[in-house]
Design a protein around this ligand. Structure first.
Ligand code: FA5
Length: 356
C-alpha cells in the first residue's frame, strides 16, 4: 500500500461486488440473442470489465482483508456466469419450442423434382444412330475445324470448282475452315481404315445461311458404305428402310437426280410427306408441311465418286460405295412438326420440354 493513498473500504467493496452481480441479473433478462448476452458478459467479466475494475483495489488492501474481497469477487463471477448459462439455455429452449410449433401439413403434395428432357435434336440423332447401328453401321465423328483438303479437295472439289460456292464457308485462322458438311468424316475414316466401311457420322456443320429453314450452324448425319459390289439399289434400299423406320412404314422415298462433286450419280432424297401421305393435301387444303408438293427433302446421296476413292488411296476398280448426308434439324422439324428451325436453338425450356 503506497503511503498517502487511503485503503479502500472493504465493506463498501464487497457491497459493490454483490451489487454488480445483481445489476447483471437485471440486465440479462432483457437480452434476446446469444451475441448480446456474450457482449454483456464481457462488459462485466472481461479484462476491462466492471468486476476487474473493482478488483484493482485489492492490491491496496491489508493482506488480512483480501480473502473476504476475493471471495466476494468469486461470488460475483459465479453469479454472472450462472446467469449467462441459465439465459442461454432458456434461449435454446425457446428456439426448439418455436421449431416444434411450426405446422407441417403432411397431406400437401410434395414439390415435384423438375426432370430435364433431351433436346429434340439429340433425340433425333440418337434415333437415327440406333436405326443405322441396327443395320451394322458404326458411329464416327470428326472435328468442326477442318482442313480445306478434307472438306473440299479430297471430296473431288478443287479450289476453282464452282461447287465450293454451293456451301458458303466460314474461314478461321491458320488456313482452316469450319466444316460446311459432315462429308469430311468420310475422308478421315477412309484414310485411317481399310474397306469395308459402314459408318454414320453425326455432327454440327456451318454455313453462311440464316432463315426459317436455314441456320448458320446445323447438324447433319453422314452415311458411308464401301465394299465390293455396292450398287445404287443398295443405297435406295437402305434409305427406304431408314425412312420407314424413322417416319413410319409404307412411306415412299424418291431420289431426284442432282449434283454433288463427290458422288456420281447423285440424288436429292425426298420422303413422301408423312402428314399428307404424299397427296399434297391435308385437311382439304394444300399441305402446310410439304407446301402441297407431297414430298419432303431430307438430304443428298449418291455413289462415291472414283476420285474420292483415289484421294484416300482406295482402288475404285476394287470397291464401290454409297454416301448420304441428311439435315438432322430438318428431320426433327418434320418429325415434330416445328415450322421454324430457329426454335431449336432459342433455349426456351417450354418449347424444349415438349419433346420426350
Ligand atoms: C450436303 O451437305 C452433302 N454433303 C450431302 C451429301 C453427302 C451428298 C454424301 C451426297 C453424299 P446439302 O448441302 O444439300 O448436301 O445439305 C444436306 C442437307 O442438309 C439438306 O438436305 C438439308 O436438309 C440440310 N441443310 C442444308 N443447309 C442447311 C441449313 N442452313 N440449315 C439447316 N439444314 C440445312
Amino acid at each position: 500500500m503506497s503511503s498517502g493513498e487511503q485503503a479502500p473500504n472493504v465493506a463498501a467493496l464487497i457491497g459493490d461486488l454483490d451489487r454488480l452481480a445483481g445489476a447483471f441479473a437485471d440486465e440479462i433478462g432483457a437480452l434476446a440473442t446469444e451475441q448480446e448476452i456474450r457482449l454483456a458478459q464481457a462488459r462485466y467479466l472481461g479484462k476491462k470489465g466492471r468486476v476487474s475494475e473493482l478488483m484493482k483495489a485489492l492490491g491496496r488492501l491489508p493482506p488480512e482483508e483480501r480473502p473476504a474481497v476475493g471471495e466476494a469477487a468469486n461470488r460475483a463471477k459465479a453469479s454472472i456466469e450462472g446467469a449467462v448459462a441459465t439465459r442461454l439455455a432458456a434461449l435454446d429452449e425457446a428456439d426448439l419450442a418455436a421449431d416444434l410449433a411450426r405446422v407441417v401439413d403432411v397431406t400437401l403434395p410434395a414439390r415435384g423434382a423438375a426432370l430435364g428432357t433431351l433436346h429434340p435434336l439429340t433425340l433425333v440423332r440418337r434415333e437415327i444412330e440406333g436405326i443405322f447401328l441396327g443395320l451394322g453401321f458404326e458411329v464416327r465423328t470428326g472435328p468442326w475445324v477442318e482442313t480445306e483438303w478434307n472438306n473440299f479437295d479430297a471430296l473431288n472439289t478443287p479450289p476453282d470448282h464452282p461447287a465450293r460456292d454451293m456451301q458458303d464457308t466460314f474461314f478461321v485462322e491458320g488456313g482452316r475452315i469450319l466444316r460446311s458438311h459432315t462429308s469430311p468424316v468420310q475422308i478421315r475414316t477412309m484414310l485411317s481404315e481399310p474397306p469395308p466401311i459402314r459408318i454414320v457420322a453425326p455432327g454440327n456443320v456451318f454455313r453462311r445461311d440464316d432463315d426459317a429453314t436455314h441456320t448458320p450452324m446445323f447438324p447433319q448425319m453422314e452415311g458411308l458404305l464401301v465394299d465390293k459390289g455396292v450398287s445404287f439399289a443398295d443405297l435406295k434400299g437402305t434409305l427406304l428402310y431408314f425412312v420407314h423406320r424413322f417416319f413410319g412404314p409404307n412411306l415412299g422415298v424418291r431420289l431426284r437426280p442432282s449434283y454433288f462433286p463427290f458422288t456420281e450419280p447423285s440424288a436429292e432424297v425426298d420422303a413422301a410427306c408423312y402428314l399428307c401421305a404424299g397427296s399434297g393435301l391435308s385437311a382439304g387444303r394444300s399441305c402446310r408441311l410439304c407446301k402441297g408438293s407431297g414430298w419432303i427433302e431430307i438430304g443428298g446421296a449418291g455413289m462415291v465418286h472414283p476420285n474420292v476413292f483415289r484421294a484416300v488411296g482406295y482402288d475404285p476398280q476394287a470397291v464401290s460405295g454409297f454416301a448420304f448426308g441428311m439435315g438432322l434439324s430438318r428431320m426433327a422439324m418434320l418429325k415434330f412438326e416445328v415450322d421454324d428451325l430457329r426454335s431449336f436453338y432459342e433455349h426456351d425450356v417450354r418449347f424444349l420440354a415438349q419433346f420426350r
